[in-house]
Design a protein. Structure first.
Length: 70
């Protein structure tokens, strides 16, 4: 999973210090697992994938990109 994360970082040009990288890696793993499970069990016309937001938690995404204030 770490190799996938590092490839994802290079592809999306993400550069983090070690502490931030470890925190974001946890969110990345959770999101990658969710995507894998969703795609495996749902017979839908679409599939989920890793995008530029894959290392954010849902709370981080909502507060940063939707204007939602906690």
């Amino acid at each position: 999973m770490w190799n996938l994360y590092e490839r994802w970082q290079r592809y999306h040009n993400v550069s983090l210090d070690l502490n931030e990288k470890q925190r974001c890696f946890k969110a990345f793993m959770d999101n990658a697992r969710y995507i894998h499970q969703f795609n495996k069990r749902n017979n839908t016309s679409y599939k989920l994938g890793l995008n530029e937001f894959a290392d954010l938690t849902i709370d981080e995404f909502m507060s940063t990109y939707t204007g939602l204030l906690e």
